[in-house]
Design a binder for this molecule. Sequence first.
Ligand SMILES: [Mn+2]
Length: 319
Amino acid sequence: MNQKPDLGALFGAGETSTFLGLDACTDLSTLDAPIAILGVPCATPYASVGPYCRNAPAALRQATAPLTANLERHDFDSGGQVFPEKRLRAVDCGDLAFDESDGAANRDAIRGAVRTILDRGAVPVLLGGDDSIPIPMLQAIGDTAGERRFTILQIDAHIDWRQTHMNEPMGLSSTMRRASEMAHVERIVQVGARGIGSAATTDYEDALAWGVSFVPARELHRAGVQAALDLIPEGSDIIVCIDADAIDPSLVPGVIARSPGGLTYDEITDLVRGAAARGRIAAIDFVEFMPERDVDGIGALFFARVITTALGVIARQKA
Ligand SMILES: [Mn+2]
């Protein structure tokens, strides 16, 4: 009587090695798809905690297993099939190897992989890993930017503007500070901040002085997502950086710092949809999901659905 029924059998699948059962791409140099999912378990972990989100890519893939047989059904969140045509489907490029004691080498590997994805004309979709992963992703976008300038839409409970933490300037508390120093980043919109986070008041003031537009979570709930989207100029090239802790912890408990007052499913997916309506999503990352802190897979399911909806949005802008 203790045996759980296999609901996967009802839906059509129980296991998957790729996100949504999409085709695998094992060699980035031969990538031939409009969207490339890349698992990145580790970039620059703080020594005190290590790569605590290393198991997130596998957990997020597994959370999509019940959907793998149903990808051609109607998705109400996408207004049609997630991928409206077969040629618009993403591929799953697996996980990057890493050395948890060599952040510089990890960053080089991430930067190189993202550059290859961009050179192949695909939109990178990174599954972290902790929130240090976007730094080398942003650098890779800079490598290939030419004259293009980008708007970052960061959705996070924390602003990540520390100069350094534990003597590490490239860690997860400094991501938007490092972004602000990059020549190709012309605008940063930060949505979802709340509570007591990593930043000192002086960090927040530095961000304001740089020109960041903040829409804290409470303001977003009150004013609606359009208030944040209005801060993105029409026609922008947009990089979306999503930290799982932006979402309310009752929905995604699998994060290190659960912070009440977070975003709902509709708020976060409407931000992604709205960004694509304002301009063009050039890259997106999903970080800070920690399966070991999750409750019965509910957060993995939620975050995997956000990612699925984002894939549908990006596929439509490629149509
Ligand atoms: Mn963060």
